[in-house]
Every structure is written in structure tokens, then in C-alpha cells.
Design a protein around this ligand. Structure first.
Ligand SMILES: Nc1ncnc2c1ncn2[C@@H]1O[C@H](COP(=O)(O)OP(=O)(O)OP(=O)(O)O)[C@@H](O)[C@H]1O
Ligand SMILES: [Mg+2]
Length: 545
């Protein structure tokens, strides 16, 4: 790169008095004695002004030439106006330091006054900006400036390689006989339509034994939008990093591999909640006010264990579609080899084309989703959590139908009917979708296995977890609260409403506890419904006193 190229780029800009340049270095005339003062080894030019309409802040493009290289940085306005931040530009390669920071601030200020800059609209994320949709490969009046390295990596990954037909034939078709694999792939498409249909964000979790092909399927999900190796990253990261990534992707799916590698599996519950709420925390930052981050999208996770294993609440279950016991049947090693190679060759084109076609044909599908939703809600029966998932499930199936129609000419034929059966399997397979009930079963199994905590005839000396008398089994509230921790309130409420525990009245209010006297001591307890005990095959009554 020669200085001439750089000069071509900045030749329209004038250096403001009293500054001037000599041999591509910046000088200033001292106003008192008229001496030439050396300011900086580089001459920075402010070449463009970026207006971030969402965050209401201004950024500038700064260019300078050094060592045969053109430096080009986008910096917030404050970086040119405060001494500390001007010095920090040294980290980006500019020769700023404690000595010249003040004159540089003066220089930047005068430069902006002298030169009329081109203004351009910028955003810090892809996906929706108002009603406008940003895909890096589509023409747009916005320029995307990613806030950080991780986001930049994602932005670069959203690219196209190979044809739509090639992707369908070599990447999608091999999954046709496996609805558990197809579902997350369709969810990857569906993600960008969540806002239009006003759906809350949802996690699609793929779990199954090692080497069952979970990561391979995740690569297919990523290949809808871009280069899988750049698009997917590991779950080994912080909650804040996940929040920032979700916010950057906005409508595009967030795809993170392997929940087993999460720093702290306890944080997974918080992550599910945070993602499901669709907003991050408001955080101040040095670059000025950073607005609340938000997203409306799908989060595709994988792991050997169902992500709900790490959580303990009904709320999480309503935010996750768990695809469990994931596997491919009768597939040889070369099947995986081929798939893993194909996703590196065919990616991105289908997603881009999907957006274009959807824009033109979306009206055609009006009303179809509602029918599917009613169908799946009926299938979910009285299970509230499944009913809530049913909405998202139906939407993803709907997008499967849309794909079949939009890409009929290219030969997409996703076997949609298989998803009905998958949903029913999920209802019955997935005990986690009814978390509260399972926690109670766990508690009862523990009691059954270790009866020394039950106060029947003799008082336990290692903690009273339950009391048994002729009226039935009573869990001490003290124990239950300790056992359930932060989720105690929620789970006890679910037990009561599902009639796993007996409803009591206290001053006219419906509660799950009452006081009983046993062996002359009073205990606050929750009574387990006798029908529930029988239904689950427990019998504590041989200790009946
Ligand atoms: N790049 C690749 N080339 C060829 N085969 C691969 C490649 N990556 C994975 N495989 C094979 O594909 C199969 C599925 O691997 P994959 O990594 O998708 O499984 P997984 O379910 O994610 O496993 P884990 O739980 O260990 O992460 C394995 O037999 C693996 O050896
Ligand atoms: Mg894996």
C-alpha cells in the first residue's frame, strides 16, 4: 500500500489552521512565537460521521497512514474529545500520547469545523432496526458496526457459498428421515420471523449421548445463515457475553455448542430466563448511553444432558423446546463425514433467499399458523407448560410448510407430518416439561430410600423431613423450602394448583400448609395428596402411628 493510495482517499479534506503537515507528519504553528511545533508522527483524518439512530450517539471514521498501511478506525465522538481517550487511540496504532493529546483534541475539533463530513447511518446489530431488516449481504442504508470482536466474527460469518439447490440436496436432504434433526434447522429459519409474529424468544435444546451428531446438526442450523465455523461458538462463556451476542444477532438464531462446557451450570437457568425475556440489562458504558439490548429469536443449544436438567423451575420449561434422546439411526461414519464437509461448502444462500421470498409472499400464508397452533395446543392437553411450548412448536412447523412452498422449484420436501408425532413423543417422553411434579417425585423417592428422616414413631435425630400418621404423609415446610431453595415458592404453588398437595385455607386464603401436632410437638407441614402417592406407587403408611 503506498502513500498515494491513502492520499487519494483523503485529498478532499483540508488541514485546519494553525496545523499543517510536512512529510506526512502533523505540525502546528505556535501562536505566540510563530515557531513550528511537532505534534504527531501521523496525520489523522476524520473522513466520515456515523449516526447511530438507536443509541443516539455519533461515531467518526478516523484514517491515517503509517508504515505502508492505511489505518481505518471507527471511534465514538468522545474518543476525539477527552484526553484520556485520545491517549487510548495509541492502542489502535495512532501516535497519541500524554504530550500531544491536548493539541490533538484541538486539531480534531478544528478539523470537524473546517470539513463537511459525509453522514451515514449506523447500527450496532443485524436483524431488525425498526421495520427495516438488516442482512449483511443485502443492500441497506445502514452500516453495521459490531461492538466487539465476537460480534465482528459473527458478522463476517454471515456469508453465502454454493447454491440454494446445492444446500438443499447436500445438507438438508440427508436429514429428511430424522425429524429431531430437521426441527432445529427449521427453527433456524423461523428465528428471523419471530418479531413479525410477535413471539417471545425460545431455546431449542438438542440433547443426546456423545457422538450422536448434535454438533453436526448445529452446523446445519448455522449453515442456513452463514459459515458454521464462524457462526457457532461454545457455551464456555459468560452470561453477559451471551446477552451481547443475542442482542447483536437480534433476529438471527444464537447457536452455542455444548452446555456441558458452561462455566457454571447453575447459571444456565438464569441464561434461559434472560434469553426468554428477550432483553438484557440496561448498562452504562464509556461510549455513552447504551440502550437496552433486545432480541426476538431462537437460541439453539446442545449437550449430553437436557438443558432443563440444570434448572429447577416451571418457568424455564416454558422457555425451552427440549429435543431429547437425539440420535441418527443406521448412519455410517461417512454419512457424518459428508455432512460435515458439505456444510463448509454450502451455506448462507438459502437463508438470504428465504428472506427475499418471504418478503414477497408472506401474505399468502396468513391464517395458516393459527390453525396449526390450535392443533398443537389441543395435543398438549391440560399440560400448561406444553401448551406454552405448543405455540412456538406450531410456529416452527408452520415455517417448515412455508419452506416447502417457497422452495418447491428447488425441490425442498420436508416431511412435515413427522412433526406431529415428534410433539406427542415430546409430551410423553419429556418428564422435564412438568418440572414441579418431578421434583415432588424426587423428594418422595429420597424419603422412601431414607426413612430415617420421617417422624413416625421415633423422632429422627438427623432432621425431620416428613411426618407420617394415620391421616397421611406431611412434608415439613422447613425441609421443603430448604430442599427447593429459590424455587420453593413457585414449585409449591404448582404442587398445590395441580393438586399434588392438599389445599388448605388460612384466613380465607388458599395455601398449601397447615399446622399439625405430632407426639405433642407442632409442625408446619404440607400434606401430599394420597391419590398422588398411590398413583406414583408410594406407600409410607406402614409407619402409621
Ligand atoms: N469434521 C468432521 N468430519 C468427519 N466426521 C466428523 C466431523 N465432525 C464430527 N464427525 C463425526 O460425526 C459424528 C457425530 O459427531 P458430533 O460432533 O456431531 O456429535 P456430538 O453429538 O456433538 O458429540 P459430543 O456430545 O461429543 O459433542 C461422530 O461420529 C464424529 O466422529
Ligand atoms: Mg458436540
Amino acid at each position: 500500500m503506498t502513500y498515494e493510495t491513502f492520499f487519494e482517499e483523503v485529498k478532499g479534506f483540508g488541514i485546519p489552521d494553525p496545523f499543517f503537515t510536512k512529510e506526512n507528519k502533523l505540525y502546528k504553528i505556535n501562536s505566540k512565537n510563530g515557531d513550528e511545533e511537532f505534534i504527531s508522527r501521523h496525520v489523522p483524518y476524520i473522513t466520515m460521521c456515523f449516526d447511530d439512530i438507536e443509541r443516539n450517539n455519533i461515531q467518526y471514521e478516523l484514517k491515517w497512514f503509517n508504515d505502508d498501511k492505511i489505518y481505518n478506525e471507527v471511534v465514538p465522538a468522545t474518543a476525539l474529545a477527552t484526553k484520556r481517550e485520545v491517549i487510548e487511540l495509541a492502542n489502535k496504532g495512532l501516535s497519541s500520547n500524554d504530550r500531544n493529546a491536548r493539541p490533538l483534541i484541538e486539531y480534531f475539533d478544528l478539523f470537524l469545523e473546517k470539513n463537511k463530513l459525509k453522514r451515514s447511518l449506523v447500527v450496532s446489530h443485524i436483524g431488525y432496526v425498526g421495520n427495516h431488516f438488516i442482512h449483511p449481504q443485502m443492500e441497506s442504508k445502514f452500516r453495521v458496526v459490531p461492538p466487539d470482536e465476537g460480534e465482528l466474527q459473527r458478522l463476517r460469518a454471515v456469508q453465502c457459498s454454493g447454491s440454494v439447490e446445492g444446500w438443499i440436496k447436500n445438507v438438508l436432504e440427508p436429514l429428511y428421515d430424522n425429524p429431531k434433526a430437521l426441527f432445529p434447522v427449521i427453527a433456524s429459519f423461523a428465528s428471523v420471523l419471530f418479531k413479525e409474529y410477535d413471539l417471545t424468544p425460545i431455546v431449542v435444546d438438542i440433547s443426546g449421548i456423545s457422538s450422536s451428531g448434535k454438533t453436526t446438526v448445529q452446523k446445519v442450523c448455522a449453515s442456513v445463515w452463514g459459515m458454521p465455523s464462524g457462526y457457532i461458538s461454545s457455551m464456555l462463556t459468560t452470561k453477559i457475553a451471551i446477552e451481547r451476542m443475542a442482542s447483536f444477532l437480534n433476529a438471527f438464531p444464537l447457536i452455542l455448542d455444548d452446555t456441558n462446557t458452561a462455566h457454571d451450570t447453575k447459571a444456565l437457568q438464569q441464561i434461559i430466563y434472560m434469553f426468554g425475556n428477550g432483553t438484557g440489562k440496561m448498562r452504562g458504558s464509556l461510549e455513552g448511553s447504551r440502550g437496552t439490548s433486545s432480541w426476538q429469536s431462537v437460541f439453539i443449544t446442545t449437550g449430553e444432558n437436557n438443558i432443563l436438567e440444570y434448572t429447577n423451575s416451571q418457568g424455564s420449561a416454558a422457555r425451552v423446546i427440549p429435543i431429547t434422546n437425539f440420535k441418527f439411526v443406521n448412519k455410517k461414519a461417512d454419512y457424518f463425514t459428508a455432512l460435515n464437509q458439505n456444510v463448509e461448502q454450502y451455506y448462507g444462500s438459502v437463508g438470504l433467499e428465504f428472506l427475499k421470498r418471504w418478503k414477497h409472499h408472506s401474505k399468502r400464508f396468513y391464517g395458516r399458523f393459527k390453525k396449526l397452533m390450535e392443533f398443537y395446543q389441543e395435543d398438549a392437553g391440560s399440560n400448561n407448560v406444553m401448551r406454552r411450548i405448543a405455540l412456538h412448536y406450531a410456529f416452527i412447523v408452520f415455517v417448515g410448510e412455508v419452506l416447502n412452498e417457497l422452495f418447491r422449484e428447488e425441490g425442498i420436501k420436508i416431511p412435515i407430518n413427522d412433526f406431529t408425532e415428534l410433539f406427542l413423543t415430546m409430551c410423553s417422553d419429556n418428564d422435564h416439561v412438568d418440572r414441579a411434579k418431578n421434583v415432588l417425585i424426587e423428594v418422595l423417592e429420597e424419603l422412601d430410600a431414607n426413612r430415617s428422616h420421617i417422624y413416625g414413631e421415633y423422632e429422627p435425630n438427623n432432621g425431620i423431613h416428613a411426618i407420617v400418621n394415620c391421616n397421611g404423609l406431611f412434608l415439613t415446610v422447613d425441609y421443603v423450602n430448604k430442599r427447593l431453595g429459590v424455587d420453593a415458592k413457585q414449585i409449591r404453588e404448582a404442587w398445590k394448583t395441580q393438586q399434588h398437595t392438599v389445599e388448605q385455607k388460612n384466613k380465607g386464603k388458599s395455601v398449601d400448609y397447615k399446622n399439625i401436632t405430632h407426639k405433642k410437638q407442632t409442625f408446619r407441614v404440607a400434606q401430599v395428596n394420597q391419590d398422588f402417592l398411590e398413583e406414583q406407587g408410594f406407600n409410607f403408611s406402614r409407619n402409621c402411628f
